[in-house]
Design a protein around this ligand. Structure first.
Ligand SMILES: [Zn+2]
Length: 401
């Protein structure tokens, strides 16, 4: 925390104030309902400063008084909670077979969740920009009707996304060097809110870290279970992207030099051996078709069909090798399996856990648990909205309108 008394640079007063506003906002998010005195006691800011910061947050309609008071020794304290009713954060995910949009309010309450079929595997980046821009415009129109100001949009893509929002390689979409972020901002014609692009697994990890049952877990890995497999890595409470933003490509670690050909052009990659394509044997299906095929796979597994159980065991073992790599390298507290892995988790998890236990040198796999995500198919889109909220939390507050 930075306070004006410890900061030697009065010229940075605006920065100090933005930082302190963010400190108070985060405190209210985590401890609401709470009083100004609670904030002062826990943050070390003096009471006059807290009053001024809270007044500013109330003006911005980020925080409101509940009207309730808490009787304590001395004067009753007016309690504060997050407001955020005039705001929305939007997340979008582009995938091989669908586009998803999610909007949440400041407290993370889901305002809408839309999913549309989208032929990502056969669409050029320009077509994706047009489709995403159209979807974002529909979401912003809906938010405008609800008199909500859009705080930002983050778009998730299954591929390598540079720090500047350029999609360098998205093997399953067939894209290279697509300036998705710039083109999308242009297509939205200077929308008045920030547009960001990020890797889908990174965003899903942020969603789990903020909204999931494992929320707040400081060391967490999320594995996407789409046509591609990617990892979002949170260590010591922060998303880790690597030098150019290209970390987490666990799907292209080679498990078997003689294995099936991967969409990246290599052989025996984790996603070729243990991606959902290895379960279905038909990669070009719509989401509805994939889901109904997975329902059928689950039905056969429940009925004890030996061939189905053998396929799931084999995929689970391949996946377990990948999870063990992550466990040896990163020592996560939890690895979360997402996407299409979720409905198959009852049959995948025993094989995954056996491999992780057998291949991790640390006792008890370093305490690594493997669980299925409960956030559903829109985890990455939800994480896009989480990234927008993260930037508010770190001090990029909306202007007073
Ligand atoms: Zn590959």
């Amino acid at each position: 925390m930075i306070t004006s008394t410890t900061d030697p640079q009065p010229a940075d007063f605006a920065d100090v104030r933005a930082t302190n506003l963010a400190v108070v906002l985060r405190f209210v998010r985590e401890h609401a309902p709470c009083s100004r005195a609670d904030i002062a006691a826990s943050t070390g800011l003096n009471k006059a400063t807290v009053s001024s910061l809270v007044a500013d947050l109330i003006d911005r309609r980020l925080v409101r008084e509940t009207g309730l008071t808490e009787n304590r020794v001395g004067r009753p304290a007016t309690m504060l909670v997050l407001d955020g009713s005039p705001y929305a954060a939007i997340g979008v995910e582009i995938n091989v077979d669908y586009v998803t949009a999610v909007a949440v309010d400041l407290s993370g309450r889901r305002l809408l969740s839309w999913r549309r079929s989208f032929p990502g595997a056969t669409s050029a980046p320009g077509q994706a920009v047009a489709a995403v821009a159209a979807l974002v415009r529909r979401v912003t129109n809906r938010m405008a009707k609800e008199e909500r100001q859009v705080l930002g949009v983050t778009v998730g893509v299954p591929g390598l996304v540079g720090i500047d929002g350029t999609v360098r390689i998205a093997p399953n979409l067939g894209w290279r060097d697509a300036d998705l972020c710039g083109d999308l901002a242009k297509a939205l014609r200077d929308p008045g809110f920030p547009v960001q692009v990020d890797n889908d697994a990174n965003l899903a990890a942020l969603a789990e870290h903020r909204f999931g049952p494992q929320a707040g877990t400081a060391n967490l890995v999320y594995l996407t279970g789409e046509i591609g497999v990617g990892a979002g890595v949170i260590l010591d409470g922060r998303l880790r992207r690597g030098g150019q933003g290209f970390g987490g490509e666990i799907g292209h670690i080679q498990l078997d030099p003689l294995g099936a050909e991967c969409r990246c052009g290599r052989r025996g990659c984790l996603e070729a051996v243990a991606g959902i394509g290895a379960v279905l044997e038909h990669a070009e299906l719509s989401p509805a078709e994939v889901e109904s095929e997975l329902d059928e796979v689950a039905r056969l597994a429940r009925a004890g069909d030996p061939r189905t159980l053998a396929v799931l065991e084999s995929v689970g073992r391949g996946l377990g090798k990948g999870v063990a790599l992550a466990a040896n390298l990163l020592n996560p507290e939890v690895v979360i399996l997402g996407g299409y892995y979720v409905p198959l988790a009852p049959w995948l998890l025993p094989a995954v856990e056996a491999e992780v236990r057998g291949r991790t040198i640390a006792p008890d796999a370093g305490g690594c648990r493997v669980v299925a995500s409960t956030l559903g198919y829109d985890a990455a889109a939800l994480g896009g909205a989480a990234r927008v909220l993260d930037s508010v939390d770190s001090g990029r507050l909306p202007r007073i309108s």
